[in-house]
Design a protein around this ligand. Structure first.
Ligand code: CDP
Length: 230
């Protein structure tokens, strides 16, 4: 059977990664979390004193060559997890501190250039579900199925707040809501590859849609596209 590429873009905390991971599993495809890569670069900047009041852009750009990023399967949970210079940083990249700086790092053209190149390599053989902000528009513009996910900011913030509390982070709902709004703004207004719906993407507003309903709808859509490609 011919394999397709699936691009899932959209606003922060819209459940893109949960959906992408489930879809990849059902179809036997590879899941690539492009946001994890931007988060790992942000963690590198934080650890190396490149993020003080604001980002030391030149410092980061001059050290991009030192950065090795990839995904490796974690046998314990069956998930592919992000590796930064050989270290599994899957947990460290999910903190509110990293979330607070990632959109600034993701706006640096040299960072995007490096990560987009890697992402295209990872998607070259199709059979991939990739989620992010610019997958349908820039990384995999010829993906056979493109989705664009959104939901009301308050709903997204409540979902992320619950997730962070569950992981033991001390945050307030207000802090999470302002992070969600701030990233929406930066991601949608940056010069290079801003977040926008691709002309051929299908819009999903999941403010009032349950995760399982959304999953069923997208899975049947994906199966139809695969059938048509045979
Ligand atoms: O999971 P969440 O919605 O919080 O975000 P993410 O997918 O982990 O992405 C974190 C941040 O990385 C986004 O807010 C963007 O600033 C950036 N990003 C991007 O610019 N391009 C992508 N393809 C993926 C993420």
């Amino acid at each position: 059977m011919r394999k397709i590429s699936i691009a899932i873009d959209g606003h922060s905390s819209t459940g893109k990664s949960t959906l992408a991971r489930q879809l990849a599993k059902s179809l036997g495809y590879v899941y690539i979390d492009s946001g994890a890569m931007y988060r790992a670069v942000t963690l590198f900047a934080l650890r190396n004193g490149l993020m003080n009041d604001s980002l030391d852009r030149d410092g980061l750009v001059s050290r991009l060559g030192e950065l090795e990023l990839g995904f490796r399967l974690n046998e314990e949970n069956g998930r592919s997890e992000i590796q930064l210079n050989g270290e599994n940083v899957e947990k460290e990249i999910r903190t509110i501190e990293v979330s607070g700086h990632v959109s600034e790092v993701a706006a640096v053209p040299e960072v995007r250039e490096k990560l987009v190149r890697l992402q295209r390599e990872m998607g070259a053989d199709r059979g991939v579900v990739m989620d992010g902000r610019d997958i349908g528009t820039v990384v995999l513009p010829d993906a056979e199925l493109k989705l664009f996910m959104t939901a009301a900011p308050e709903i997204r913030a409540a979902r992320r707040y619950k997730e962070l509390l569950g992981r033991g982070e001390e945050v307030s709902y207000q802090e999470v809501l302002s992070n969600v709004r701030h990233r929406d703004h930066l991601d949608s207004n940056r010069e290079v590859s801003p977040l926008k719906q691709a002309a051929d993407a299908i819009l999903f507003d999941n403010s009032d849609m349950g995760l399982s309903e959304q999953y069923e709808r997208v899975l049947s859509l994906a199966k139809r596209v695969v059938e048509n490609k045979k």
